[in-house]
Structures are given as structure tokens and as C-alpha cells.
Design a protein around this ligand. Structure first.
Ligand code: GDP
Length: 441
């Protein structure tokens, strides 16, 4: 996974910082030297590292931090803040023009993931209700057209191709086709080379003139490290790019590109590719990336949030009640409300270590499920919540109708609840699914 090495090193530095009650300016400076090495090793560009360290040091050696009760934590927070600033604000918006179609031109070196990401983008926008058309303008590799057709089919998006003829003509005809057939989004897959050369740039410039794209997106492979930033700068100088898609962040990259692209080129990373599959694709979230880099940083926030939102007295009361009477659906509802107070499910899941494997789609499904469960419990009477065993088929139909769900959803909830109670019993907490008062033996 990307950033593993960097995360590990930073965590080592932070652990040492936190283990000290007091910090001196020299301690901070020593720690910053280590952070600097770690960032350089992760392939973050030198100038970016220098500026970053200067900023963090300046903010960290102030009295306020050094004299605080938790100076180590404060320094980590400053590093986190500055990492986020370095990557800019979350911004994955594409400005759709008033008059369709919106035209996105994809460019990048061969093998960067251009074709795959053209399809990923198309699939994402299709889900949002757009009617994308992919144009196959990468004509030098015969396999490229075939590949776009394959991924287009997977994304269930139309692909416009004219074989290996002049890509300028293909783009012209493709856009005309989109207008004729009501496609409101056109994504052009252009050719790439192994290196940037004049001929390629001239072709891309011509295509830009013909297509008048609303957005030129550069696809960059994160695995090429420092070179990713060089590629981005060259494409920007020659062609003018609007944004970057950073790919292959699932692989073992050192990740420096994610930290340097905006600072060096001034162009934001809008999306990141996390795998070969079409839904392994996400909007770029600097704060999420920073917490991934800091590894445990987010767990701290999560714990902080939990202590802020969960009232200790309430928690104790619930524990006592559960010992006494068991856990019923009222308690489940209460717990769900407590969790929701901490923020959206998405924000909570994203704070857990390993959460970068969870797709946005899965999180959304979880959120929908949570809402459904809440609605179902809210549609139950007090007696039903306390004693779910009384919920017969007639009651199930009423609950389903009341909560806008299906009887099968109600069945599933009851079954899951029963399993939860079984588990709790194993921990010595009584369950009263059948309305019995069961105490610990
Ligand atoms: P193009 O030459 O720029 O069009 O690149 P392709 O879309 O053909 O991608 C090159 C290779 O990288 C293919 O084998 C893709 O499956 C793979 N690939 C693309 N994006 C990702 C990604 O985000 N993660 C991983 N692991 N592989 C990717």
C-alpha cells in the first residue's frame, strides 16, 4: 500500500515525541530533521519538503506548543494540518457547461492508466445520471482501441471509434456524434508515449484546439515518484492541464507525488485510482490522504470524538442496564444515535486503520442500511422493541410499511439482533429477546 514506509517512519518520530512530557526547541528540530528525511525518501520534491519543514518548525517551536500539556500531540497536529494544506482543498468538481456536451480530454504517458481511468470517470458520471461517450483517439497502439471498447462495455458506456486513422478526425466526428445522440459528456482517450516528445504534444495541442475541452485531465502513475511531478509540469507547460488523476495508489508506491503535485504545478489532484477495477476510484481527499500518511492520526481523532460525544454517565447507565435486563432494540437504537453523533458513517469509517480498502460505494451502502434500521426500530412499539419475540408476521408487515422497507428487511434485522444478543451472552451480558430477564449466572 502506498505510504507505508513514510507512515512507519513518521510514526516512529511521533512516538518518540509523544513519549516526552516536555519538548525543547532542540527536540522539535531534531524530530523535524527526521521528518524531512522521511519525506525525501518518500520521493516528495526537495523544495516542497524544505518549505514544509520550515512551516511546521516555525509553528511548533512557539511557546504555546512547547508549554502545552501535550506538546508531542500538538506537533503531530501541526504536521497533519500542514500536510492537508500542501495537498490543497478537496475539489473533485468538474464544471459542466450550460450547453452540453461537457468535454474532458484525458492525457498522460503510456501505461499511466489513461484508458482505465477514462472508463472509471465515465462509469462514475453515468451513475450520476450523465450520458457519457468515450472517444478512442489513442490510435498508435491497436490494442488501445480494443481495450477502451472492453472497459467501455464494462462501464456500460458507449465508445466511439474509427479505427487507426488521424485522431484529429476521430475527435471531430466523435464530438459531432455526441451532439447528435444527446451525450452530455465526452471523454477523449488520447495517445500516450513512453516519453514526452514534440510530436505527441503537437497532436495533443491539435486535439485541444478541435475539442475545446472543458477540462484537460492528466493521468499520472504514482509509482513513478518524483517523475510524476516532472511529467505534470511538462504537460502543463506544453498543453496546459486543469487537473490530475493520480493512479496506482493501491500499489507499493512511496507516494511522494501526491504530496508534491499541487505545490509544484499549482494543479489539483481531483481523483485517485486505487486499483484496476472500475470502481476502485475515488475523489481525492487531502485530509484523508494526510491521515493515511500519518497512519494512526485519525484513530486519535476518532477517540477524541468518541470521548467528546459519548457521555460517560450514560455509558455507565447503559452498561448497568444491560447487565440487569439485557440488551434490547431500544438500546440498539440509542447506540446507533450515539455513533451518528460522532459524524457521518463515512467520516467514522475513514478514520479506522485499513479503511482505505473500503470503497465509497460500500460506505454509502452501510449508511443506507443504518438509516433503514433506524426507521424500522422507530416503527416498532415500545413493547416490540423490548420484546422482539412478539413480532409476528402481521406486525412485521406493519413495521415494514411504516418504515418504507420490506418484510425481508425486518426479518434480517431481527435475525441480526438475535445474533448480537447471542454474542453478548457469551460476554456475560443477559439478552431478553424472548422477554425473559436473564441475569448472569
Ligand atoms: P494507458 O496506457 O495510459 O491507457 O494505461 P492503461 O489504462 O492501459 O493502464 C495500464 C495498466 O495499469 C493496466 O494493466 C491497468 O490495469 C493498470 N492500472 C490502471 N490504473 C490502475 C490503478 O489505479 N491501480 C493498479 N494497480 N493498476 C492500474
Amino acid at each position: 500500500m502506498a505510504f507505508e514506509g513514510l507512515s512507519e517512519k513518521l510514526n516512529g518520530v511521533f512516538k518518540r515525541l509523544k513519549s516526552r512530557g516536555k519538548l525543547s526547541e532542540a527536540d522539535v528540530k531534531e524530530a523535524m530533521r527526521e521528518v524531512k528525511m522521511a519525506l525525501l525518501e518518500a520521493d516528495v520534491s526537495y523544495k516542497v519538503v524544505k518549505d514544509f519543514i520550515a512551516k511546521v518548525t516555525e509553528r511548533s517551536v512557539g511557546e504555546e506548543v512547547l508549554k502545552s500539556l501535550t506538546p508531542g500531540q500538538q506537533v503531530i497536529k501541526i504536521v497533519n494540518d500542514e500536510l492537508i494544506k500542501l495537498m490543497g482543498e478537496a475539489n473533485s468538481k468538474i464544471n459542466f457547461p450550460n450547453k452540453p456536451p461537457c468535454i474532458i480530454m484525458m492525457c498522460g504517458l503510456q501505461g499511466s492508466g489513461k484508458t482505465t481511468h477514462a472508463a472509471k470517470l465515465a462509469k462514475m458520471f453515468k451513475k450520476e445520471g450523465k450520458r457519457p461517450l468515450l472517444i478512442a483517439a489513442d490510435v498508435y497502439r491497436p490494442a488501445a482501441i480494443e481495450q477502451l471498447k472492453v472497459v467501455g462495455e464494462r462501464a456500460e458506456v458507449a465508445v466511439f471509434e474509427m479505427g487507426q486513422i488521424d485522431p484529429r478526425k476521430i475527435v471531430k466526428e466523435g464530438i459531432k456524434h455526441a451532439k447528435d445522440y444527446g451525450n452530455d459528456l465526452v471523454i477523449i482517450d488520447t495517445a500516450g508515449r513512453l516519453h514526452i516528445d514534440e510530436e505527441l504534444m503537437n497532436e495533443l495541442k491539435d486535439i485541444k484546439k478541435i475539442a475545446e475541452p472543458n477540462e484537460i485531465m492528466l493521468v499520472v502513475d504514482a509509482m513513478i515518484g518524483q517523475d510524476a511531478v516532472k511529467v505534470a509540469s511538462s504537460f502543463d507547460e506544453a498543453l496546459g492541464i486543469d487537473s490530475v488523476i493520480l493512479t496506482k495508489l493501491d500499489s507499493d508506491t512511496r507516494g511522494g507525488a501526491a504530496l508534491s503535485v499541487l505545490a509544484v504545478t499549482g494543479k489539483p489532484i481531483k481523483f485517485v485510482g486505487m486499483g484496476e477495477k472500475l470502481d476502485e476510484f475515488e475523489a481525492f481527499h487531502p485530509e484523508r490522504m494526510a491521515s493515511r500518511i500519518l497512519g494512526m492520526g485519525d484513530m486519535l481523532t476518532l477517540i477524541e470524538k468518541a470521548t467528546q460525544t459519548v457521555d460517560e454517565k450514560d455509558a455507565k447507565k447503559l452498561a448497568e442496564k444491560m447487565q440487569e435486563k439485557g440488551f434490547d432494540l431500544n438500546d440498539l437504537l440509542e447506540q446507533m444515535k450515539q455513533i451518528q453523533k460522532m459524524g457521518s458513517m463515512k467520516s467514522i469509517i475513514r478514520m479506522l486503520p485499513g479503511a482505505n480498502k473500503v470503497t465509497d460505494e460500500q460506505v454509502e451502502q452501510g449508511e443506507v442500511q443504518l438509516k433503514k434500521t433506524e426507521a424500522m426500530i422507530n416503527s416498532m412499539t415500545r413493547a416490540e422493541r423490548e420484546k422482539p419475540a412478539i413480532i409476528d408476521p402481521k406486525r412485521k408487515r406493519r413495521i415494514a410499511a411504516g418504515s418504507g422497507t420490506q418484510v425481508s428487511d425486518v426479518n434480517q434485522l431481527l435475525k441480526q439482533f438475535e445474533q448480537m444478543q447471542k454474542m453478548m451472552k457469551q460476554f456475560g451480558i443477559g439478552g431478553n429477546l424472548h422477554g425473559k430477564k436473564s441475569r448472569r449466572n
